[in-house]
Design a protein around this ligand. Sequence first.
Ligand SMILES: NC(=O)c1ccc[n+]([C@@H]2O[C@H](COP(=O)([O-])OP(=O)(O)OC[C@H]3O[C@@H](n4cnc5c(N)ncnc54)[C@H](O)[C@@H]3O)[C@@H](O)[C@H]2O)c1
Ligand SMILES: [Zn+2]
Length: 386
Amino acid sequence: MSHSNGGKGRPILVELPGASYPIRIEAGLLEKAGPALESLLAGRKAFLLSDTTVWKLWGTKLLKGLKPLRPPVILIPPGERYKRLATVEKITDQLAGNGAERSSILLVFGGGVVGDMGAFAASVYLRGIDYIQIPTTLLAQVDSAIGGKTGVNLAVGKNLVGTFYQPRIVLSDPGVLQTLPKRELRAGLFEAIKCAVIGDPELFQFLQAERERILGCDPEALRTVIRASAALKARVVSLDEKEGGLRRVLNFGHTAGHALEAATHYRHFLHGEAVAWGMLAAARLAVAHGRLPFADAERIRSMIAAYGPIPSLGAIAPATLAAHLAVDKKVRDGKLHFVLPRRIGEVEIVAGIAPREVIGVIRQLAKENPFSNQRRAPAPARTRRP
Ligand SMILES: NC(=O)c1ccc[n+]([C@@H]2O[C@H](COP(=O)([O-])OP(=O)(O)OC[C@H]3O[C@@H](n4cnc5c(N)ncnc54)[C@H](O)[C@@H]3O)[C@@H](O)[C@H]2O)c1
Ligand SMILES: [Zn+2]
């Protein structure tokens, strides 16, 4: 995959039996939403779902792009705490109230919260209507809008009710990221770093070399990052839609990351930030098990530091962390299945990692603060061209 020309304009395909769909990534796509969706929207009722923050910032632009179509708009309050069944009921009530039929289509316009919940609502309303993802956060553009995992939270845990239900198309406009708070942008970039470590060394190099442009929200630089990350996710999902095996590689950084999020009641870290700590922990574990050269772990650390800062680990009680590691979905037969890097661009799933080892590594990281003195970009890696 070449990131120099980025395959401009060519959609990425998620290839699934009977449910393949394209992902289009272009600056200015919002203004062209009408032509981009013409064949999908022709002759059917369309509805729009968004949150009030996104709508205030970008609603007018999207509506202009969709002209002369003017779909009814369903708005929900922003925030993870609204990602629950009660909100799905409100959404589906409004769909029904506005006469949505089996052939109707829902345009889901927002970050991962709106995306997960809108997709879930589409999957259950009248036993399933079509939907379109128009993601507006970097996290949603590189990750959550792709792959068809939908869902909402329960009081006892995140994403516990949901479905697998694929969109008909994903439209990502890097231009909308101009208004995204910088911390949210960086959180999304940690998922992009994850994609690079899993399977795209060229993306890793791009993230190293173009840090300033990326953090400065240069739409071309962001487009390259989104495109490479989306392509990686599309490739993995195409091979393993329902997380039977391969798709688990996408959980790199997430075993420890989820435990850290849960242990801090989802208030201390943004998801991507917890994943960043999780990737640091996984790289350490991989070195300790002799599976990753120290130099590669150092490159991963230095990259994460360059896209920091992230909130410190603080004082998380080991027992709390252990309890959350134990309930992780990736525990099989009481042992942790950990995604560990082998080198930049390749990971493996390793069975039998003891939770106490993970806790040990996290305590070490908490003491050291791998972000100290790391405000500058890491030097570009010297790699041989094939
Ligand atoms: N389905 C999946 O495969 C998958 C994968 C990863 C994460 N997720 C889910 O994604 C959710 C997190 O998504 P998120 O990080 O996008 O959070 P989010 O949807 O809560 O968005 C973050 C905040 O940014 C605001 N926002 C959105 N777009 C904006 C823009 N362009 N400009 C300014 N503000 C904007 C939102 O209103 C919100 O306040 C979690 O619920 C997580 O479980 C799902
Ligand atoms: Zn994630």
